[in-house]
Design a protein around this ligand. Structure first.
Ligand SMILES: [Zn+2]
Length: 234
């Protein structure tokens, strides 16, 4: 099997940012595929492509539903909806807090599902590492379900598959993609906009109140285990 992801963008996302995010998603999906290939009785490959740029006004960002719907409509209308790929749309809505830093509501193997990352917001209010992790985060949601998370961590919350790791200086904390925006859910904490999805306890916690937060695209062992379970049963 091949895990396919197409990363699209709206016009206002700069080339440099777009290329960087595509690279980050590529590294994220590579880790999932390599691990699944090792763990499963089947060959797992991956294919992350830089997709198309949506013309101005095509992608509507006033609600989460509008992002999914308008992106799906554009993909269908332009014959870009690869049913075997997950489509990640990078939107630029730095003031639209109601749609958050990103979203996902479906999974690969369901007619080319759409996820989005609000790159305009993460770039404005946080930094490149948060942007990259949120893009990977929303792709990961398409590669795992609560059903796969539960046997790994004892809970059905996908964010809990992420990890928060103590930094070497004993003061900071490093956050992996699925825990990004959820490691500390106060405004201006780990991220300027905290996530609004499920939250329980992370598979690793640092045990102190971090002075600073960093982000790594390296996936936690629980994320790798749960995504392999999902890919093993589809
Ligand atoms: Zn999430």
């Amino acid at each position: 099997m091949t895990v396919g992801v197409a990363v699209h963008r709206v016009r206002s996302i700069p080339d440099r940012t777009f290329r960087r995010v595509v690279r980050a998603v590529d590294r994220g999906v590579e880790q999932v595929a390599r691990n699944a290939d090792r763990e499963l009785d089947r060959d797992v490959e991956y294919d992350v492509v830089a997709g198309a740029t949506a013309p101005r006004g095509t992608v509507v960002t006033n609600t989460r539903d509008a992002v999914y719907r308008s992106t799906a409509n554009w993909l269908d209308a332009t014959d870009r909806r690869d049913p075997d790929a997950l489509h990640l749309m990078l939107v630029d809505a730095p003031l639209q807090q109601s749609i958050g830093y990103g979203g996902n509501r479906s999974h690969v193997k369901y007619d080319g599902p759409v996820s989005y990352a609000n790159v305009g917001a993460t770039e404005r209010w946080d930094d490149a590492a948060v942007t990259d992790n949120m893009a990977v985060h929303e792709v990961l949601h398409g590669l795992v379900t609560p059903y796969d998370a539960r046997p790994v961590i004892g809970r059905g919350c996908e964010h809990d598959l992420g990890a928060v790791i103590p930094a070497g200086d004993g003061r900071g904390a490093i956050v992996t993609p699925l825990a990004t925006a959820y490691a500390e859910t106060t405004v201006g904490g780990e991220t300027q906009w905290p996530g609004s999805g499920c939250l329980g306890h992370f598979s690793q916690d640092v045990g102190y109140d971090p002075d600073w937060w960093g982000h790594t695209y390296a996936l936690s062992p629980a994320t790798l285990a749960a995504t392999a379970r999902y890919l093993g049963r589809i």
